[in-house]
Design a protein around this ligand. Structure first.
Ligand SMILES: Cc1ncc(COP(=O)(O)O)c(C=O)c1O
Length: 404
């Protein structure tokens, strides 16, 4: 859709948005009309260098040609039939994902939170059917983020936050422990625990990478206790951190892993992959979805993942992430720069407001996200170059200087 075809100005469109949408987001002030590669363009044709990629989604670049072609072809061929029918994209994508990341089985969903719901449900069913009716507790991390549906909200370790408060009783069966603190997880495990669920890098919680000792320690702890390691790779998956999946950094394998965001190259899709014996805890009638495994989303994901692998965009993220973090050292008033691959956070000293930095960067032509009052996060498309990193770091520096 083009704005001019509807006889509207950008302001009129924004007014309609404010009037009719339940607005839950701090929007940039422009109307995005097109996007290509590293750039988003507004209705006046102004280019914005994109260092947030629709929050870690457009990993192979905006409107990647192969993804666009795959969607166009599939849309004209078969859009939706439900999972009664075998479809080509669904099956070929399943093989591509399972063989690439070394997991046995996949179940498709439509989003990250839904993938996590499936992961939680599968682990709980596995526990209850194998070990008895009380074996369904899951230990998750404080400051984690697992999504916005009630199960994922309950798994999210942020009691009292806007994410969890004032929704009445949350789903029982979750305990929270300290991220990057193995002893805290050990203490939280009881005879009713069936699994541990963490993000390898806490994204929304402020960009905190799991340490080698912690993630490897969780794997060993799960093995020793005979419980499941559940990794939420919704944000870290599909090359973001410099490996295809972040668990590959740590040399461990989860029993179930969830994914979404980048997997579809901009089309909505999520999934869980599981060990075969764990996956068999789901049987017909125990879980399901109308749109999960939709042929168009699967065709897009098949093309996106092909691009990520063929162009070794994990390799590019592994080089560009550290390079970008090095360039960010020129930014003043920084308390800490942290991240893994191209999932990068900058924590500012008191007095620098992350939201103000985000908006100033936008004025200067760069798109980033603000996580809390002091942390900005950059999750650019993984096709980025050193020049893009230079430009982004320079703009962030200018923005902070202008605000201080
Ligand atoms: C680690 C993690 N899990 C789950 C989600 C929820 O994904 P979605 O917004 O697709 O439901 C997010 C979204 O930011 C995430 O970062």
């Amino acid at each position: 859709m083009k704005l001019k075809d509807y006889g509207l100005t950008a302001q009129e469109l924004k007014d309609k948005t404010q009037k009719y949408l339940i607005e839950l987001c701090d929007r940039f002030p422009f109307v995005g009309e097109t996007a290509k590669g590293m750039y988003v363009y507004d209705t006046d044709g102004r280019a914005y260098l994109d260092f947030y990629a629709g929050i870690a989604v457009d990993n192979a670049g905006h409107c990647n040609e192969k993804v666009v072609a795959a969607v166009k072809e599939q849309v004209e061929q078969l859009m939706h039939v439900f999972n009664y029918v075998y479809t080509i994209p669904q099956s070929l994508l399943a093989e591509r994902i399972c063989t690439t990341i070394g997991m046995d089985k996949i179940f498709y969903q439509n989003s990250g939170t839904e993938a996590n719901e499936a992961m939680i449900k599968l682990a709980r069913r596995y526990g209850v059917t194998h070990y008895g009716p009380k074996k369904y507790e899951i230990v998750t991390a404080r400051q984690s983020f697992h999504g916005r549906t009630l199960g994922s909200v309950s798994a999210t370790g942020q009691p009292g936050s806007g994410i969890q408060a004032n929704f009445g009783d949350l789903t029982p069966g979750f305990k929270y422990a300290e991220f990057n603190d193995l002893d805290s997880f050990k203490e939280a495990i009881t005879e009713n625990t069936i699994g541990i669920m963490v993000e390898p890098v806490q994204g929304e919680g402020g960009v905190h990478p799991g340490t080698m000792e912690f993630i490897q320690g969780l794997r060993k702890l799960c093995d020793d206790k005979g419980i499941l390691l559940l990794l939420d790779e919704v944000q870290t998956g599909w090359c973001r951190t410099g490996e295809i999946m972040a668990f590959m950094h740590y040399g461990v394998k989860p029993d179930i892993v969830s994914m979404a965001k980048a997997m579809g190259g901009g089309m909505p899709i999520g999934a869980i992959c599981a060990r075969a014996d764990v996956a068999s805890a789901f049987a017909p009638g125990t879980h399901g979805t109308t749109f999960g495994g939709n042929p168009v989303s699967c065709a897009a994901a098949y093309a996106e993942i092909g691009e990520l692998l063929d162009r070794d965009l994990a390799g590019n993220a592994k080089v560009m992430g550290p390079y970008f973090m090095e360039q960010l050292k020129q930014v003043p008033y920084v308390k800490e720069i942290r991240g893994l691959g191209c999932l990068v956070g900058v924590e500012f000293e008191e007095g620098i407001d992350a939201l103000a930095v985000k908006h100033k960067c936008c004025d200067l032509g760069l798109l980033i996200t603000a996580l809390d009052s002091h942390v900005i996060r950059m999750v650019p498309p993984l096709i980025l170059s050193k020049e893009d990193c230079d430009t982004a770091a320079r703009i962030i520096k200018e923005a902070v200087e202008a605000l201080s």
